[in-house]
Each structure stands twice: as structure tokens, then as C-alpha cells.
Design a protein around this ligand. Structure first.
Ligand code: SF4
Ligand code: FES
Length: 255
């Protein structure tokens, strides 16, 4: 396949960015999208130009590092697939592919399509630790967990923290990510002790980082490569409301 790429180039968060057009020929349909970009970078460097920066790590769909908005879709056109698991067979000979970074104020551009997602780390840190001593793996089943709750917690824990939900949302809301992180602990008995403090702290940090509000557009759910659904947001909202009653003074002040 011969393709035209329009790739976002930006020196840093303070500099204005622009698209650069790059032609690439003889792309195999069996290549992954990131392998195709590796070849683009090899060619760029052979010509003495600087390679194009993009995030990646495991390339197996498990670490959450890859990103890229491809033809307007976070992680590209394949449903429930990370960019690293996207293959060139999804495109046609002669296609023009537009490649952009996650766009959100809380994810400043580091360079080109690589963005700073440490806001997510700070939200997780704000959630704190679980104080219950859960022991080691052999003790795992000493605290019984109903199967339905274990399944829901496991599904929430599938979130890889990629940030596609933020990139897909016109408000750059991080509610899907935060609700997955809140829920994977609050469904389990081990996570219930700190559940109220955790949801308050994580939502407060999310707001502090500058993510927008949820206006029920469901774009986050459509973009999520791990199938996290908006009912986790509804669950988090219920938990948050309950926690504000318990900690009303802390949340709203004495008056
Ligand atoms: S909820 Fe989905 S889209 Fe959002 S960070 Fe987690 S895995 Fe990525
Ligand atoms: S590079 Fe790890 S999920 Fe894509």
C-alpha cells in the first residue's frame, strides 16, 4: 500500500504545532500501525531529519502507553483496540491518514504526538493505599468475594490508563478512567474501608488537574480499548454522593 500521512509536529507544549505531510510506500497490510511509524522514522532519520515522537511500550495492548488520534478516532478505527494492536489491513492503498496527539489541557504535549499523562498518576496517588492486610497469593481466597462483584471489579481493573476516554470527550473528562479506578477497589471487601475517602480524594484531584465534566455523550465508552462502560461513572457518582454526606464538613466546609 502507498499512503499519505499527515503527522502532527510540535516542539513542546509552548510552541504552536502543525501537520507535516509524509509519503510512505510499500506498506504491508500485516504491519502494525506502530511498525509503519517506525519505518517512517527510519526514513526521516536517513534523510537527516528528526524522528516523529509518539508514545509506546509493550505493544501488546496491556500497558496503556500508546496513544494517537488516527483519522479523528483515539486509537484508530478498530473497535476496542489499542493503537499498538491496530494493523495496516484496516486501511486502503492511497489512503490519507491524519495522526494527532491526545488533545486535552490536562495532557500537555511533550513533543509531536507524545503527551504528558502524569495527571492520571497523581489521581491514582490521591486514592491512597488499601489498609487491609491481604497477605500473599495463597491467602487470596481467605476473604470471600461474591462472583458478581469479583467480575465487576475485574472488568474495571482492565482499564490500562491510556487516556483515550479523555481524548474522545469534547469536555476532556476523565470520569471513565477515574470511575474504573474507584470501582475496581470499591466492589471488593478489601477496598471498602477507605472507599469514601478514596472517591472524594480522587475526584478532587481529577478536578484539580483540569479535566472537564461528564455531559453523558458516551464518547469515552466508544473509544475505550478495554470495554469500560459508563455505568461505572454512574456507580462512582452514587459513591461520591454517599461520601459527601458522611464527610459533609470536609467537602462543603463548616457553614
Ligand atoms: S477507561 Fe478505557 S480509555 Fe479510559 S484510560 Fe481506562 S482503558 Fe483507557
Ligand atoms: S504500547 Fe502498551 S498498550 Fe499499546
Amino acid at each position: 500500500m502507498n499512503l499519505t500521512l499527515k503527522i502532527w509536529r510540535q516542539k513542546d507544549a509552548k510552541t504552536k504545532g502543525q501537520f507535516e505531510t509524509v509519503k510512505i510506500n510499500d506498506v504491508s497490510p500485516d504491519m502494525s500501525f506502530l511498525e509503519m511509524l517506525d519505518i517512517v522514522n527510519e526514513e526521516q532519520m536517513k534523510q537527516g531529519k528528526e524522528g516523529f515522537a509518539f508514545d509506546h511500550d509493550c505493544r501488546e495492548g496491556i500497558c496503556g502507553m500508546c496513544s494517537l488520534v488516527i483519522n479523528g478516532m483515539p486509537h484508530g478505527p478498530d473497535h476496542a483496540t489499542t493503537t499498538c494492536q491496530l494493523h495496516m489491513r484496516k486501511f486502503k492503498d492511497g489512503d490519507t491518514i491524519v495522526i494527532e496527539p491526545w488533545r486535552a489541557a490536562a495532557f500537555p504535549v511533550i513533543r509531536d504526538c507524545a503527551v504528558d499523562r502524569t495527571a492520571f498518576d497523581r489521581i491514582i496517588q490521591a486514592g491512597g493505599f488499601v489498609s487491609v492486610n491481604t497477605g500473599a497469593a495463597p491467602e487470596a481466597s481467605t476473604i470471600p468475594v461474591p462472583k458478581a462483584d469479583a467480575d465487576r471489579a475485574f472488568d474495571a481493573a482492565a482499564c490500562i490508563g491510556c487516556g483515550a476516554c479523555v481524548a474522545a470527550c469534547k469536555n476532556a473528562s476523565a470520569m471513565l478512567f477515574v470511575s474504573a479506578k474507584v470501582s475496581h477497589l470499591s466492589f471488593l471487601p478489601q477496598g471498602k474501608v477507605e472507599a469514601k475517602k478514596r472517591v472524594l480524594a480522587m475526584v478532587a484531584q481529577m478536578d484539580k488537574e483540569g479535566f472537564g465534566n461528564c455531559t453523558n455523550l458516551y464518547e469515552c465508552q466508544a473509544a475505550c480499548p478495554k470495554g469500560i462502560t459508563v455505568d461505572y461513572i454512574a456507580k462512582m457518582n452514587r459513591e461520591y454522593l454517599g461520601a459527601t454526606v458522611t464527610y459533609a464538613e470536609k467537602v462543603y466546609g463548616k457553614d
